[in-house]
Ligand binder design. Sequence first.
Ligand SMILES: NC(=O)c1ccc[n+]([C@@H]2O[C@H](COP(=O)([O-])OP(=O)(O)OC[C@H]3O[C@@H](n4cnc5c(N)ncnc54)[C@H](O)[C@@H]3O)[C@@H](O)[C@H]2O)c1
Length: 371
Amino acid sequence: MSGGIGSGVVGVGLVGAGNISGQYLDTLSQVKDVELRFIADLIPERAEGQATKYGVAAHGTLEQLLERDDIEIVVNLTLPAVHAEVGRQIIAAGKNVWSEKPLALEHDQGADLLAAADAAGVRVACAPDTVLGGGIQSALRAIAAGKIGTPLTATTLFHVPGPNSWHPDPEFLFAYGAGPLFDIGPYYVTTLVHAFGSASKVAAVSSTSHQTREIGSGPRAGTVFPVEVPTHHAALISFEAGQSAQTTLSFQNALPRNGFVEISGTEGTIVLPDPNLFDGDSTLWTFGKEEPETLTAKGSFWGRGTGVVDLARSIRAGVPERASGAVAAHVLDVLLAIRGAAESGTVVDVASSITKPEALPEDFDPAAATL
Ligand SMILES: NC(=O)c1ccc[n+]([C@@H]2O[C@H](COP(=O)([O-])OP(=O)(O)OC[C@H]3O[C@@H](n4cnc5c(N)ncnc54)[C@H](O)[C@@H]3O)[C@@H](O)[C@H]2O)c1
């Protein structure tokens, strides 16, 4: 990757003004290096409502957004089933993509998206950007500094009753492309990939507790809808560098226990903060010491949209973005391997390999004016 492209603040458009858009807009309307210029949605009132609330000058359809020549990055917050298709439209318009997770639903879709971006000379970056938050980054810096010695094993746990209790339109979270594996798995697997590097093999089991679910909140509360994918996965993941992880992702536990990531090495164990959040301290247990040590989180605690700012700066500087499409495509391959292993009852190889991302410096600040 050579010199940077363009100069000055980067124009951003957003497509998909639904449930999560407010968290992005909270960040993107305040930081200095990007300027929000357009909000699009299939439902015009949603786009208009968020544009009015956040003082964004224009709103309308995705097609109208893509006609704008003052927008370089489009933030794709549509549903998983159309992430890749909408991403292809954005690339075809010569714009860079920030995608919500998962990047795509199948390996070829993800690979084709990255190839199309390469051919068009634009980039694809992808959520989760929680991994860039001061919470997880402080833990990754501690691991990189040798605080647990050589990292060997990890245990992650995400157990909840299910998002049908709180999401007003939760059908997509129980459909092809979601379930706990593809909806929540990206947070945990991305953190493991940042800690260990590429995953290589997976064994897994899955189950489905209920064939239907009921919407628990919002105007459609009481609506019953079908469950199309497993709502529990337990996986054993092997990593190329020799580490292993046990990972449980469940939308069918009456006892909520989530946000748990523990990594052990030759010298100790570190308990990381919730990988779905940007903040949170870590706890370090060292062999031979009775009391654990709190590692206070340092870094950026800005929320969703942090990765968009990093993408904007990386485009200008001509350096790789941190929440890269390559990492997201590898994480997708791990999730697909978990699905495949559970379905087949065999150990499944992970289809891709990446370079382990470096931990961020403590002074990383998405709000600083740098462009
Ligand atoms: N809700 C959360 O807590 C949360 C958290 C993190 C990530 N996400 C991710 O964000 C994405 C959106 O989730 P959500 O909860 O906001 O869903 P949502 O259903 O509330 O909103 C999605 C919006 O996208 C619009 N849309 C769909 N297809 C479109 C298209 N082709 N063109 C234009 N607009 C289109 C819909 O009209 C809707 O307003 C998903 O990928 C989800 O995994 C959600």
